[in-house]
Design a protein around this ligand. Structure first.
Ligand code: G3P
Ligand code: CA
Length: 253
């Protein structure tokens, strides 16, 4: 594993595969994560949500419609909210065929099986808790799953992030040894208070300036930016000194 860079180092940014190598395989599936490893990513990113029976599954949208065949398998269950389906039901779905027939039958993974399956690759993990307001208590359940897979708790291997900064404060209390990242672009004046619990600030690249990156670094935090899919933008972000770049094309560099 190439552990992610610290502010003090002028190393290449950590290459993070967004939802796996999602330009070339169906997002948030083991196929996409394995491809990320083959393409040379340092870390992979995924989105965690919760089923009706409180199991942790990987899905970006809060509904199953775009990336599975839920509409066909469960007609009449509109709008196919993740949290309205049990794990057993979600396991009946195909999360690959929408992307291409080559991926027919690819299942929706659980967080647990992903941690076990990907451990041997040595990749790091950027774990996003998606829409935590829909799943009260999800922070504790993610923390418990991680405690059950301690290989992932090795220093430098795992970051947990969310657009909900409140959720990240909660997660930080549940499992302080795991660094947390805040998705979005906090105002510069708010950064010192956030540094009390956050290790990363993770804005879209369109928001970034060299000065902002410097501010974040001066407070001892890192910047991972998203979603960069072209080499020119990658080089510009690297020149700003970002610590990580989240990309759908981890093989691009
Ligand atoms: O890791 C950054 C990125 O995943 C945040 O946006 O919508 O792709 O989850 P989204
Ligand atoms: Ca995400």
């Amino acid at each position: 594993l190439t552990s992610f860079t610290t502010a003090a180092e002028a190393a290449d940014p950590t290459n993070v595969a967004h939802r796996g190598a999602s330009a070339d395989a169906p997002e948030n599936t083991l196929a996409a994560f394995r491809l990320a490893a083959r393409l040379g990513a340092d870390m992979f990113e995924l989105d965690v949500q919760e089923t009706k029976d409180h199991q942790l599954v990987l899905m970006h949208d809060t509904t199953l419609a775009r990336t599975t065949d839920a509409e066909r398998v469960f007609p009449g269950r509109s709008p196919w909210q993740v949290g309205d389906f049990t794990l057993a039901e979600i396991r009946k779905l195909d999360a690959g065929s929408w992307f291409g027939s080559r991926h027919d039958g690819e299942p929706v993974p659980t967080l647990g099986e992903t941690l076990r399956e990907m451990d041997g690759t040595g990749l790091g993990l950027l774990l996003e808790i998606k829409a935590p307001q829909l799943y009260p208590g999800i922070e504790g359940r993610v923390a418990a799953e991680l405690r059950g897979n301690p290989a992932w708790l090795r220093q430098g291997r795992l970051v947990v992030q969310s657009f909900s900064w409140r959720s990240m404060r909660t997660f930080h209390r549940r499992l302080p040894q795991v660094p947390v990242g805040l998705l979005g672009t906090p105002a510069v004046q708010d950064l010192p208070a956030l540094a009390a619990y956050a290790t990363q600030i993770n804005p879209p690249y369109q928001d970034l300036t060299r000065a902002y990156v410097r501010h974040v670094h001066s407070l001892g935090m890192q910047v991972f930016t998203w979603t960069v899919d072209d080499p020119a933008t990658w080089r510009r972000m690297a020149s700003y000194g970002v610590d990580g770049i989240i990309t759908n094309r981890p093989g691009m560099t």
